[in-house]
Design a protein around this ligand. Structure first.
Ligand SMILES: O=C[C@H](O)[C@H](O)COP(=O)(O)O
Ligand SMILES: C=C(OP(=O)(O)O)C(=O)O
Ligand SMILES: [Mn+2]
Length: 519
């Protein structure tokens, strides 16, 4: 079979190429050779192969002029190989013609809120599925995810006494980086599931299909449309917090604690009504932003548009597929394609920071992504693992302090704590998640810094994917409702447990034991 390259097809689209194409873009033959080679090598070597870099005549420096296609001059990891270039071109041309999903006005608003978070004046809650499926685009599923994020928000507002910035891993969280490009199923080696915008979870659908890129756009649009209409019809009205029923929370202690929070807020609202101070529209409606990992750069490139910045009237490049995008732990190579793409967009952006990131690398990546030292432009989403955080976070905090970058510090206590259950299912121990989060709060405080947000893989449903929590899920319980197609998510109940941990820590300034939390 002749493999054709997706990158090759993108370079044919003339719309974005401003410089001499020969200078920026490797030859078609070089890309094909490299793709064929990289297809047969291990993912671990995939990004650093000198052979591949030489073939592509890649540059070590970031090209001075950024364009939505300048990432083509950089080595890429987690790339996708398609078999039909014509179909890829059709998909990308279609995507280029479709309208933006989000606007510069909204993106700038989020940037302002993240500025507040970086200054300790707001707290960020970012959460949702590990891998969103097209099938999750239904009223019930979207409402359930918004509901858990709103419930957690209430608890966090009560605990932190700060405005909450809500960002869903939703309306586009389709592409997944994988540890291995293939997996064994029933004795056969097949391509791994790479996310609904690349291939299907069903074993019969594992061949990458470019038409999925266009489906991803329409599923994002439908999800976003429903979120917008729900919010504008009062779904998030603070006067009706009991409407977000705790349908999947089993623990009566958590239910009782939630009721205490709602009662306190309701009492505050009725006092405000008495004194006539309840007219603010923020009580009836909230801001809710969308985000996803910016992994499929061909997709991101097509949704990157030069639009007028309403604050100064100048035209700038915005990624209009989501308000916020992040670079994953596997694609954050300083000279790689993803960092190159991300350095040019106006959106606030995240970088996953694992235990292997050196302090020097962290500073270099900030210098590339935030050359103008914009407060809150970059969110560092740390995901070290409970056993590593104490060794690594203090040096990362110290390194960032020595620069002029003012970042949002967010903890992702999920991704460094994934392990295999006794039955072989991917799981996370709730205690590890709580402990990493508690350590993040404490280490920031001890180092004269502040944790500004939390990033979680969660669902509003009663799934049994992570062990522990107030529902006391055991290894055997995992079989009951293990529904994830990638990483294990916190259930509604476990998500609320996490919100209470943060709220309690903020109220008391110290840690409670897990036992005290589950009382
Ligand atoms: O969500 C994160 C990654 O995509 C995920 O952890 C990869 O999982 P894998 O190690 O099973 O490929
Ligand atoms: C891929 C993910 O995480 P990380 O890049 O931190 O492994 C993710 O957030 O789903
Ligand atoms: Mn994940």
């Amino acid at each position: 079979m002749v493999y054709e390259s997706l990158s090759k097809s993108v370079q044919k689209l003339p719309i974005f190429i401003k410089e001499d194409p020969q200078k920026l873009i490797p030859s078609e033959e070089a890309i094909r050779t490299a793709k064929l080679r990289s297809n047969s090598i291990d993912y671990a070597e995939y990004g650093t192969s000198h052979e591949r870099r030489d073939n592509l005549r890649l540059t070590d420096e970031h090209p001075s002029e950024w364009t939505p296609t300048s990432w083509h001059t950089k080595p890429i990891v987690q790339d996708v190989i398609y078999s039909s270039m014509e179909d890829v071109e059709l998909a990308l041309e279609k995507l280029e013609a479709l309208p933006p999903l989000v606007s510069p006005y909204e993106i700038n608003n989020l940037q302002e809120k993240l500025r507040d978070a970086a200054l300790g004046k707001a707290f960020v809650l970012q959460g949702g599925d590990c891998a969103e499926l097209f099938d999750y685009c239904s009223q019930e599923r979207i409402e359930s995810k918004m509901k858990i994020l709103l419930q957690m928000s209430l608890v966090l507002i009560w605990g932190t006494k700060l405005p909450l910035v809500r960002i869903g891993r939703i309306a586009g969280q389709f592409a997944k980086p994988r540890s291995s490009p293939t997996e064994e199923v029933d004795g056969k080696t097949i391509p791994s599931f790479r996310g609904d915008n690349i291939n299907g979870f069903d074993v019969s659908e594992r061949t990458p299909d470019p038409s999925r890129l266009v489906s991803a756009y329409f599923h994002s649009a439908a999800t976003l449309n429903f979120i917008r209409s729900s919010l504008s019809s009062g779904f998030a009205d603070l006067h009706r917090p009991f409407d977000w029923s705790l349908s999947h929370v089993q623990s009566s202690a958590v239910k009782a604690r939630y009721k205490t929070v709602v009662d306190a807020i309701t009492e505050g609202l009725s006092f405000m009504k008495t004194i006539g101070a309840d007219k603010s529209s923020t009580l009836e409606s909230i801001d809710f932003y969308t985000s996803h990992e910016g992994l499929m750069l061909e997709f991101e490139q097509c949704l990157t548009r030069k639009l007028r910045d309403p604050t100064d009237g100048k035209c700038k490049w915005y990624n209009t597929a989501a308000h916020f995008l992040w670079i994953g732990e596997r694609t954050r190579q300083i000279n790689g394609a993803h960092v190159e793409y991300f350095r040019g967009i106006m959106n606030p952006i995240g970088v996953k920071v694992g235990a292997s990131m050196t302090a020097d690398e962290l500073v270099t990546i900030l210098d590339i992504l935030d050359p103008d030292n914009i407060v809150g432009k970059v969110t560092l989403i740390t995901r070290y693992g409970v056993g590593n955080i104490s060794n690594v976070l203090p040096s990362h905090i110290a390194a960032v302090k020595r620069t002029n970058h003012k970042v949002v510090w967010m903890s992702d206590p999920c991704h460094g704590n994934t392990k295999s259950s006794i039955s072989g299912l991917k799981t996370r121990d709730f205690e590890d998640i709580m402990n990493e989060l508690a350590l993040a709060l404490q280490i920031h405080k001890d180092n004269d810094s502040q944790l500004n947000g939390v990033h979680l893989e969660l669902t509003g449903d009663a799934v049994t994917e992570c062990i522990g929590g107030s529902a006391g899920l055991t290894d055997e319980d995992l079989q009951i409702r293990y529904q994830t197609v990638c990483d294990p998510r916190l259930s509604e109940s476990q998500s609320l447990d996490v919100a209470f941990l943060i709220a309690d820590w903020c109220k008391k300034g110290t840690m409670l034991s897990i036992a005290e939390h589950s009382e």
